[in-house]
Design a protein around this ligand. Sequence first.
Ligand SMILES: *Cc1c(COP(=O)(O)O)cnc(C)c1O
Length: 377
Amino acid sequence: MQIEQDLARLDGEYLKTLFHERLSDRMSALAGGVWRYKELIHPELPLEQIVTKYEGNTGLYRSTSGAVYAGARGVWLKALSENPSGSFKDNGMTASVSHGRWLGMNRFACSSTGNTSASLAMYAAIAGGEAYVYLPEEGVAASKIRQTIAYGGKLVRFKGTYDDGLAYLEQHAEELGMYVCNSVNPLRIEGQKSIVFEIAQYMNWELPDWIVLPGGALSNTAALGKGLEELKTLGLIQKVPRVAVVQAEGASPFHRMVEQRAESLVACEKPKTEASALNIGNPPSWRKALRTLAFTDGVTVSVTDEQIFAAKAVIDRSGIGCEPASAASLAGLKQLTASGIVDREETAVCLLTGNLLKDLDALQRYEQEVFAEHLFG
Ligand SMILES: *Cc1c(COP(=O)(O)O)cnc(C)c1O
């Protein structure tokens, strides 16, 4: 299911002015980096129903070390990691929880690899409701679980994967009286479109040649493509950047599908990557992600966990930092310049999806390896 915005009634130039004026707003419901674009996200929602923590408004940093590392002329890092719960899930979650509250729901639910649960628990608390989060028993970063509990989220642990949790909720949520806030909820996609709206606005409506992002459930890929289509239709941008979706090699069913020109996605039964936010074998948004590739002349690529951690070191040491899954974007860009798909004269924005402190276990393991290398290597 997908929401179609009625763009014909909107004037691009007027919106530009409106969005610009709202940049000086700090306290209203439209002060955040999602609801600033309310006309394109959820025009009907009454202002008093907005559940916001002024999410979005995240930094866009020019990265010299990233450009040198990836071998591209210019690289910007979009630090979605600076969102209030520490990941880009907030961009979409504010929209789904606001909509759910408007519908009169107060029991919210999700399946999660960790960040969705933290984000949902945070917004449910602000909305005065309850969050039920379905988390696999294994492979979720401990800090994300602690964060979810701290916000008052109720944990349901189960043997299985993210994919199993989602399948369970799709079957049972209604009888349990729960409002599902996974990205199968179209409001999540609408909210996440704000990511590309914000990048475009910060860059004065001229986007770089490429936007590179990690792909797990592919909700962000879907949102990016939908957002770009709308910006183009409204005349807010002239040139559409190409989108590159980067998957972790151990959980790359979408990349494999595209590479093999297959008709449909074959799920990866046992997804396995240290970048836990990407540990998804059956991405629900693959059809919408295909549309993004078609609209943007996009590509996919996969990278190993080693490549992910090497890129993460570059991002961390530049002072910006991110969780492992996020670094897949820069690692993917490097791979794409090496193979000649991205020209070295081109420019790219890499999305950093989650915060450095989100996965302390991975940090610790990595630190030990790096130090071992420095001392003995
Ligand atoms: C959710 C998540 C992803 C994957 O995004 P999808 O929309 O599921 O493809 C990547 N990185 C981090 C940190 C995430 O939390």
